[in-house]
Write a new protein. Structure first.
Length: 550
């Protein structure tokens, strides 16, 4: 902190990648700004998710900021896909390089934000007892930052240790000689299971839904490739902006090349050859898997065939075979040694489709089929994604309306950036933007730049408030839903966190924007070029009409 104060031009909530860059931009503009951060360090997702095996699924050289040439030239990555510790070290480096910590209040959680209409300022209360005020409030609260804590009967009576992957102890957990039970086989479960198996005496994996995953093929970064990327960063950043996902085609490894071949064009013999060649990678290697049900079904069968080839015990293989949902409806998982882990004699797979969890017992877990004893329970059970962190804060806008009530039937925000009745409250990578469907670093940078430019525009024009016109917001929300409608992402059998379907009682609605980062950026730029079309500005109490023609 520069100096103790409670009034700011802007308060940023969160000191992950988004909060850090936002704070930097605001300070560069000469504004007084403060970031609030629940943790005692920067890094957000990468601060909390320290479980063994935690790793980014976007190439390091692209999962990085491009706003500072010195920063992108000066940092050396060691692997194609960075481990959690390396991303966290990078974000600490960013905080140090731009001297951000002095304006971050750590171990401080925002509990309430109320808009004072007469003062046209946000009043904020923290659980540390701070009462703060700011003209602008920027929610950099993250999309996967509100962990789901399933209400398992008996959990509080478990006599062993319980650890969430999303809150893994900083000092690590010594699992040697201990029996471990893990619930959850999403990205977090898939990443930690092979390592837990190595460390534990015995590992019990409780699987509710089998996963589609394929090898990350991570490796040390070749120095020549890193030099090539650094020499060509200008071009590579341009290609990121022109892509759907915010990842350029230069990314090392096959993971991010866009498939062009069609599975349905292959004969049976050619498919068999493709399976030999691609293995589990079949799930991402054909363009029509995402668009045609018949291709998807064939790919699912090929994937199951790979499992049967890999797993020694045919019964275990069948348990690992997905049957419920198509490939591509959930976030694609990438792994290191996931399936072969189930060939170990000290790993037991429990398929919860054959008998669900009845209770956590003092010494383990009971399903309708049997009882399992272990010393440590690991919960890799996911997050209340995209809206969870915001819903957990008591945010009140005009007329004392809460954001939680406004979003009860699904998130409503124009461009995913601002929501009507909540003036000057920006959201970085919120619902209605490409966000989690893209390289987050890229999308964070785009949003932060847009927000900073918008705040600058308001300053130049003497505007006090910005908020969306209701019709512009409604049209955007309808557009986001229309774009996702009928795609594999919204398949009726899909219970993804993109749809909020993993959270009991949450309205099922597809939250991110599926149009891709190129189209989305063009729309955001066009709105600005048309004098912030669809937004309403207020100046000294007077309302500037929403520009016509939206
Ligand atoms: P995910 O992908 O939501 O995975 C959570 C896993 O936990 C998934 O296998 C769930 O099964 C399982 N789960 C959740 N609740 C329960 C209960 N009550 N009983 C049994 N199993 C349960 O979260 P991750 O942390 O792995 O990954 C989130 C994102 O972080 C990831 O996509 C990356 O972007 C990084 P289900 O599939 O719902 O049947």
């Amino acid at each position: 902190m520069s100096e103790p104060r409670d009034e700011f031009d802007a308060i940023v909530v969160g000191a992950g990648a988004a909060g850090l860059y936002m704070l930097h931009r605001l300070r560069e503009m000469g504004l007084t700004a403060l970031a609030l951060e629940t943790g005692d360090g920067v890094g957000g997702t990468w601060f909390w998710n320290r479980y063994p095996g935690a790793r980014c699924d976007v190439p390091s050289l692209e999962y990085s900021f491009g706003f500072s040439e010195e920063l992108q030239q000066g940092w050396e990555w060691s692997e194609i896909m960075p481990a959690q510790s390396e991303v966290l070290a990078y974000l600490n480096h960013v905080a140090d390089r731009f001297d951000l910590r002095r304006d971050i209040r750590f171990e401080t959680r925002l509990s309430a934000a109320t808009y004072d209409e007469s003062a046209r300022r946000w009043r904020l209360a923290t659980d540390a007892g701070d009462v703060l005020s700011a003209r602008f409030c920027v929610m950099a609260t993250g999309c996967l930052s509100a962990p789901l804590r399933p209400d398992f009967e008996g959990l509080d009576r478990f006599e062993g240790d319980v650890h969430y992957t999303s809150g893994w102890p900083r000092e690590g957990v010594d699992l040697s000689g201990r029996r471990v039970g893990v619930i959850g086989t999403g990205s977090s479960g898939v990443q930690c299971i092979p390592i837990l198996a190595e460390q534990a005496d015995h590992l019990y994996v409780f699987q509710r839904t089998p996963v589609y995953t394929f090898p990350a093929d991570n490796a040390p970064l070749e120095p020549d490739f890193q030099s090539f990327v650094k020499a060509n960063y200008r071009e590579i950043r341009k290609k990121q902006r022109a892509s759907d996902t915010g990842v350029s085609e230069h990314a090392q490894g096959a993971l991010f090349s866009t498939p062009t071949r069609r599975l349905l064009d292959l004969s049976a013999v050619e498919r068999a050859a493709a399976l030999e060649d691609l293995g589990f990678g079949v799930v991402r290697s054909f363009a029509d898997i995402r668009t045609e049900t018949a291709a998807n079904e064939i790919a699912v069968e090929m994937y199951r065939e790979m499992i049967r080839r890999t797993i020694d015990d045919p019964l275990v293989a069948e348990r690992l075979c997905p049957r419920e949902h198509p490939i591509g409806c959930k976030r694609q998982v990438v792994d290191t040694d996931y399936f072969i882990t189930f060939n170990r004699p000290d790993v037991t797979l429990i398929d919860l489709r054959e008998g669900g969890i009845e209770a956590i017992t003092p010494t383990g877990l009971r399903t309708t089929n049997g009882e399992y004893e272990f010393d440590v329970l690991v919960l890799a059970t996911g997050f209340d994604a995209m809206t969870g962190a915001l819903r957990r804060i008591d945010i009140r806008g005009r007329h004392d309306r809460t954001l939680a009530s406004k979003w009860a039937d699904g998130p409503r925000a124009y461009l995913g950036l601002l929501s009507a009745d909540f003036p000057n409250l920006f959201t970085i990578t919120g619902p209605g933007s490409p966000s989690v469907l893209s390289n987050m670093m890229h999308s964070i940078e785009q949003h932060v730049d847009w927000i900073a430019d918008c705040i600058g525009h308001m300053g130049e024009n003497g505007f006090d408030e910005i908020e969306p016109a209701v019709d512009a917001e409604d049209e955007w929300v309808a557009h986001v839903i229309d774009e996702a409608d009928g795609t594999v992402w919204t398949a009726p059998s899909c219970r993804s966190w993109y749809l909020g379907a993993n959270v009991p009682g949450k309205r099922r609605i597809f939250m991110p924007y599926t149009g891709g980062v190129k189209k989305y950026r063009a729309k955001c730029d066009e709105v600005v070029a048309r004098d912030y079309e669809g937004f309403v500005f207020t100046r000294s109490g007077r309302t500037e009409p929403a520009p016509a023609g939206f």
